[in-house]
Design a binder for this molecule. Sequence first.
Ligand code: NIG
Ligand code: FE
Length: 392
Amino acid sequence: MSSTVISDIATLVTNDPSLDGSGNSPLGLVRDAAVVIEGDRVVWTGESSKAPATDNRVDAAGRAVLPGFVDSHSHLVFAGDRTEEFNARMSGRPYGAGGIRTTVAATRAASDAELEANLTRYLTEALRQGTTTFETKSGYGLTTGHEARALRLAARHTDEVTFLGAHIVAPEYADDPAGYVELVTGEMLDACAPHARWIDVFCEQGAFDGDQARAILTAGRAKGLRPRVHANQLSYGPGVRLAVELDAASADHCTHLTDADVDALAGGNTVATLLPGAEFSTRAEWPDARRLLDAGVTVALSTDCNPGSSFTSSVPFCVALAVRDMGMTPDEAVWSATAGGAAALRRDDVGRLAPGAYADLVLLDAPSHVHLAYRPGVPLVAGVWRRGVRVV
Ligand code: NIG
Ligand code: FE
């Protein structure tokens, strides 16, 4: 197996705090650093001058290297777009769960090839911006056949596939939400569980209440799926506490939180995944990352890429928003977009650069990771390695 060293790295983010000289960053920063890759794994990190001999060498030329972003929340199996809805929102119309129906109609009408072409397009876009691990969901099919199809297509591109049949009540069941919950927990779950790792529910006014969400997540768990929850996005509600109670890997959005919600997150194993692209694109109030971090909650940052509430595939954009508007330091935001995303997927083989981890790396055209927030909107990603192979 051939080995490659990436040397002359001005700032290396390892997310291994034991490597941090200053002792005050969670990022395990190493200056004048090198990373050695063998096959698909990292085998060594440290100071450039001490790097072992390798077959190949890449000169980072005084730039920064960090783990590939772990985007633990996206909705990429869809067709159509919602430009008009966005336009209307920017003229004052509020965002609501109902817009999802527009995408459901377009997605049902699309062929497999159209859906997969769309998925590939946004994945390629994300990869160019440094995302090397991503989760994605169903949720725009809402029939047994369309949900299973979405999951089958997603599973061709990632292991982190989430069944979100409970995105909204399917239009056919508008007058019979209980009947839809029965479908989601019965026939639809049976057809979808073999293609997914996770089950999710949009627990929100206009979507599913706490009791419905509990029934759906519990049924999913009984079929071997692990829970995650769209929680407290548009209003206060039971989603976050339910997520912690069911030991969900992540409660996503967390925009409207009571003290009891924050305490529950701080006392449990559930990551709070913040999705600032959604607040940006719906002109909503920002989630308070500072409050969560100060309470000791593990925070992840992801894109929520979807055609309705957050049509961005850019983790760097989300990092910049989190730093500017959500009270995060650049170090915290970069940690949350890498190690935090990994925690939200209960993974320890991605989101860090230490021996044994996957060789998923981003080379920035900047001397430090701080530039992701300092130079917002600038395409700083100069190179991406995924599983040890340079892909950008
Ligand atoms: O995470 N909140 C629910 N689902 C998506 C929005 C989906 C849509 O508007 O199409 C979200 O923001
Ligand atoms: Fe979402």
